[in-house]
Design a protein around this ligand. Sequence first.
Ligand code: HOZ
Length: 434
Amino acid sequence: MANSYHITMTRSAELYSRAQRLIPGGVNSPVRAFGSVGGTPRFIAKAYGSRLWDVDGTEYIDLVGSWGPLILGHAHPAVVAAVTQAAPEGLSFGAPTEREVALAEAVLKRYPLCEQLRFVNSGTEATMSALRLARGATSRDKIVKFAGNYHGHADSLLVAAGSGAMTSGVPSSAGVPANIAKHTLVAEYNDLASVERLFRAYPDDIAAVIFEPVVGNMGVVSPSPDFLSGLRQLTSRYGALLIVDEVMTGFRLARGGAVERYGIEPDLVCWGKILGGGLPVGAYGGPAALMAHVSPLGQVYQAGTLSGNPLAMAAGLATLAVIDATPDLYEVLEARGAQLAVGLAEVAAAAGMPVVINCVGSMLTAFFTDQPVTDYTSALGSDTTRFARFFHGLLARGVYWPPSAFEAAFLSIAHSAADIEAVIAAARAAFSEL
Ligand code: HOZ
């Protein structure tokens, strides 16, 4: 009698197979494809608090947190209630609303150096628009960005980019015209001399320096204090604008983001993620005199049908309101981050595994290297093969870690001390298998 074999696919695998026929790579954003770690991306059915469940019913402690927005955890009741209340009143008007005014006030009071802002639909739109504003206001074309910093996928910014561009082998994307890319100058993070060289070479041509104040997109890399003050001095000296990309760090590293935490004096700030509480929102802002260049007041054009969308505004307002109503929120996040960082370092050391933990507040990356990670080159020193095995060791134990060696894990106030202990226990077991 012939043997018969029945191969059962997980529901995630079935959906992935269908998705690959319909969507490039089966995903709508590259890192989700598990490309650099291998295996089948988990298709998510639902999430609540610190947990998510895939379509096969497996439960995970989630350390991705939608890549940053969910500082309150998944489906926070106040945010869900705000969206649920707003929805029956209309989903989009293409006309101004009271919620936009309220959210603008809530953001600007956290960033006293910014007097006005413009809402857009994503972090990519925010950085792209801020660059156009900087170019329009200064009548200069060139910009400086840092290797491994990622500011979304606008043409000018997909040069030496971090995030998925770093693991896919295309840090400078195909499809970006050379005539655009030539205006993007690349410096090394935490290396002021590399910035100064560019200003010396192009003293009258650089419109702006854009940077992640704490990098999340080549893994977590923190700025040295003299780097931040030096950027301010150099940009002021050469008449360029300083654009702080707070898409990941805004409202996360402090009430007023990295700008408050490190005392940065920006010309323009870009926001996203937490600002929309899980719905698509971005914004850019600065002093009124600078923002006056933006249409309809000025000559820098920027528009959007869904900008200021009422549901997204409602989610953002509710998120910031919960942050305001939780006085110890940042202390709790710092404590959880420190607990995870110390715990991971201990279990890695016990397993004899060379791992560097970079943690700032509630953002953390484990680099598989024995060298300090301070810039793009040192980040690339992380052993990605080992990371992939670590990632799958965690996944098999119910921990959903970012599926890339060069992304940040994000904590929320929904992560309890017990959740963090469970992650550390899973990491201990995962390290022991490497
Ligand atoms: N580029 C994002 C992380 N830095 C990933 C976005 C996503 O896949 O949703």
